[in-house]
Design a protein around this ligand. Structure first.
Ligand SMILES: [Zn+2]
Length: 390
């Protein structure tokens, strides 16, 4: 499955070529024993490239394999992600397995969603809930004291590994990681967005990391307890926002799960926002859904209008993820969520739109009922925050 990565500038080096050959060999291996042989050679090279900051060799190899050897691509990206988010560490004579984890939060607000430091008291209770409900009993935890927006997450594998090492050092030493206020870029403003709590976990070599790996634990129970108990500890950091907690997990897994769940969440938030801003019941709204293409289908865009009116008041994007294409269930999901929100007037346009954005503000253009790609504008009279600044 193709995964979300930050784009790099491909350039074929000797390391990239060797890495590609090793990945293809791994994909053709006939036994676990041979798997391990190739895996350890790939891992050695991957870690060397990450430490040297040679992201381009990794990216170009992955891009090439995506076209030529999908199985090689899958095997390689698994190894790259594994050596970015996990490792081993020796501290005071004890060997630890270490893992970077994320606890994503889906959130929306008609005001700006904060990306900010977490107050010390809330850090203490978040840590207690993670240790009590989500992590194994012997796990040591270090949390970063910040709620990261997607554009504040470490960019690329090398930076992610460097940040993970900072968290792991904190975990074995039993302290949290304090983020400097100058350390993170400003974040863009969206109606609905994801925030991430990031942490490092260390367990004695070979031990359970999560509560659900222990005999009396389960994933469903851990998630349920995290969702009901940790919410209040995020209320200060997310003042003025509605939010929903996604299950904490290994960094890349949690990230992908949040990407999947944020689509229905954003759509529901948008419907709620339009309904309350225009002060009409859902039955007074219409949704226009259309496919948007670049080389291939990239996303669906959903526009909201008042019923019987042509002006698009607001829009939301439903991106395709991973290997999803025209055959995915996206349209069905979009329609059923709109219906759950009480919007029964749904116009599905079949002809593909080009992936267009506003030249001035960069906002995506949305499908009008007449089949044009237009800028969404809330009517002047509605008492909303401006969603459009030119
Ligand atoms: Zn614009």
């Amino acid at each position: 499955m193709k995964r979300t990565r930050f784009p790099g500038r491909p350039k074929l080096t000797r390391d990239a070529e060797r890495l590609g050959r090793l990945a293809v060999s791994l994909s053709e291996a006939g036994s676990r024993l041979e798997d391990r042989f190739w895996e350890s050679r790939i891992a050695e090279l991957v870690v060397r490239l990450l430490e040297a900051g040679d992201e381009a060799a990794l990216e170009s190899t992955l891009d090439r394999l995506w076209g030529s050897s999908p199985r090689g691509y899958d095997r390689l990206i698994d190894i790259v992600e594994a050596h970015t988010e996990s490792g081993t560490l020796e501290h005071r004579g004890v060997d630890y397995d270490v893992l970077m984890i994320a606890a994503p939060v889906l959130t929306w607000s008609r005001f700006a969603i904060p990306a900010a430091h977490i107050p010390a008291g809330d850090m203490k209770s978040l840590r207690a809930h993670l240790q009590g409900h989500v992590l194994a009993r012997t796990a040591r935890l270090s949390l970063a004291d910040f709620l990261f927006s997607p554009d504040q997450l470490p960019r690329g594998y090398g930076n992610t590994l460097r940040f993970a090492r900072r968290l792991w050092a904190g975990a074995v030493e039993g302290r949290d990681v304090t983020m400097g206020s100058q350390e993170l870029p400003d974040t863009q403003r969206f109606l609905a967005d994801t925030r991430y709590l990031l942490g490092g976990v260390a367990v004695p070599r070979g031990g359970a990391i999560f509560r659900w790996q222990e005999d009396d634990g389960s994933r469903a129970q851990a998630l349920g307890q995290w969702q009901t108990q940790a919410g209040p500890s995020l209320q200060t950091a997310l003042r003025g926002c509605a939010f929903e907690l996604v299950g904490p997990d290994a960094y890349y897994s949690a990230w992908r799960q949040a990407d999947r769940l944020s689509r229905p969440y954003s759509l529901r938030s948008a419907a709620d926002y339009v309904r309350s801003t225009l002060e009409v019941p859902p039955a007074g709204l219409r949704a226009v859904v259309a496919p948007f293409h670049d080389q291939q289908l990239e996303e669906y865009r959903i526009a909201f209008t008042l019923k019987e009116k042509g002006e698009v008041t607001y829009g939301v994007v439903w991106p395709l993820l991973g290997a999803e294409d025209e055959d995915s269930d996206a349209l069905k999901s979009i329609e059923s969520i709109l219906r759950e929100c009480g919007i029964a007037d749904i116009l599905e346009l079949e002809h593909p739109f080009p992936l267009e954005y506003c030249d001035d503000c960069g906002a995506p253009l949305f499908p009008s009922p007449d089949g044009e790609a237009v800028h969404a504008e809330m009517p002047e009279s509605s008492a909303s925050v401006p969603t459009h600044l030119h």
